[in-house]
Design a protein around this ligand. Structure first.
Ligand code: IMP
Length: 194
């Protein structure tokens, strides 16, 4: 089965490739499909934004589409990142954004979680949604070279290292994206031919 990932974020695309390709799915990026498109995230929830991305890409292809909207929620400041995780302090690099979060949380509750909502458009059913959450807390330093975005400051529950210190296989087993994908894979196994 061919699946297009409706994202220009190459890190996300490579995580989906790592999870889905070994199971026999053929995963394509927008670049692979020559689809050039910047999508405005005008929704106020992960689900709305995920659906917006999927519907936009559905204008360009009739292959199965997987869209992902995701972000980091800080318990002390639930409205600062969240659906705006990518747009937080837009002039800064991700290292700079992470350092701002570390400053913001000085003497504050460090609880945090990642959320991911996948939208699947298969052109047969209504859009389908799969959600994953990964709980943890924000550490005190920027550490680790793997992953992307806020991974170097996020310590998942049950670990004493940041998400950026995990291998991609370890991350995909526990991450918000990995968990949403598990639900998606269950659905695909039960409902569709590969
Ligand atoms: P969007 O889904 O394109 O709005 O962007 C999601 C943003 O949330 C990313 O650019 C990152 O800042 C952050 N994010 C989402 N998933 C992850 C992850 O797995 N690790 C680190 N940061 C993430």
């Amino acid at each position: 089965m061919d699946i297009i990932i409706a994202s220009n974020n190459l890190h996300k695309v490579s995580e989906y490739k790592e999870i889905l390709c070994p199971l026999g799915f053929n995963v394509f990026s927008l670049k692979d499909e020559n689809i050039e498109c910047e999508i405005a995230e005008t929704g106020s929830t992960f689900k709305e934004n995920s659906l917006i991305k999927a519907l936009e890409i559905a204008k360009y292809t009739n292959k199965i589409i997987l869209a992902d909207d995701s972000g980091l929620i800080l318990e002390a400041f639930p409205n600062i990142l969240g659906v705006y995780s990518h747009r937080f302090m837009p002039t800064l690099s991700y290292k700079g954004k992470c350092e701002e979060v570390l400053k913001l949380l000085k003497n504050k509750n460090r609880g945090a979680y990642f959320t991911c909502v996948i939208t699947l458009i298969n052109f047969k059913d209504k859009p389908l949604f799969f959600e994953g959450i990964c709980k943890g807390h924000i550490g005190y330093d920027y550490v680790g070279d793997n992953g992307f975005g806020y991974d170097p400051i996020f310590i998942p529950n049950g670990y004493d290292k940041t998400m950026a210190m995990l291998t991609s296989i370890e991350k995909n087993k526990i991450s918000h994206r990995g968990i949403a994908c598990e639900k998606l894979i269950e659905y695909l196994k039960d409902n569709m031919e590969k």
